[in-house]
Design a protein around this ligand. Sequence first.
Ligand SMILES: [Zn+2]
Length: 367
Amino acid sequence: MTTGFFWDERCFWHGGGNYAGMLPVGGLVQPMNGGLPESPETKRRLKNLIAVTGLARDLVMRGAAPATTADLLRVHPAHYLERFKALSDAGGGELGRRTPFGPGGYEIAALSAGLAKAALLAVLQDEMDNAYALSRPPGHHCLPDFPNGFCLLNNIGIAIEAARAAGLAQRFAVLDWDVHHGNGTEAIFYDRADVLTVSIHQDRNYPMDTGAFADRGTGAGAGCNLNIPLPPGTGHKGYLAAMDRLALPAIRDFAPDVLIIACGYDAAANDPLGRMLATADTFAQMTARVMKLARDICDGRLVMVHEGGYSETYVPFCGHAVLQTMAGSTVHAPDPFAEVFPLRQPDAGFDAYLDTVIDDMAAHLTA
Ligand SMILES: [Zn+2]
């Protein structure tokens, strides 16, 4: 396997705001992570872990050019980009909801989108079998003209439109397993028949008013959006059941040219912004499943774009498990939480309840 890993040091320099965790705190308490709610350390520590274990030697490490203005304009209106650039040049600020940025934030966001674009193009041009973009800031919450949820540009939307403009693919499937709803990607493609968007998320975590199962797309895009909201506490078995019984069959039926994963790690058992119980092994097994599906339906073409994940201790191990699986590498990072998190999984009663939740959604899909 040839697996690309697209990253850039400058993506770790994105900053701004005065937050403690996800809440603006003003002057009341010491800000965290340079004030930004979304920490650079989760991603930097993943990149460092693959260097320390040697997994990086089994990957093709690449940088990328920033997404061009033409790339950004395929998804975001000119008035939004102009306001974003002007405020970034003026030292940073806030244009949406709890999504601050510092000086140069515009250029860093364009670079983050450029990593996603380069990863997708490299796979579609058969330069590598699959690829991972360590994009930061993340993208899946960003609407065309409204940044939210720490997302300033919609990285995956920009990558898809660049690939389409280059004539490299016609049909795209996006599976978003970040614990939060992929509301931005859903909104961009909601009326489109050529892009399937699937989001597995914690029910009413963020945003609290989007992500319902009933939201299936509109117009030509009717049936091309699938939300799979799961109750807080869903663990390893529940995630794999939702994949096997809902997400993967929908993608198989859609028959895309390429499968793109909005890869957040905030469904992990100790994430501060989620209340789920996934483990590094859950992410490895979900990765094995999407790789098999991609082999079955689109010559293995698979691209992962990093989204959320806020545990500085655990994101590196979850990401390492994903990358080891993608590359088919023997370089393993033992999960230090493996003796704890399996013991915290839901009991049989919860799993039986979750089965009824998934059964109900599956019945509606086949009705
Ligand atoms: Zn998230």
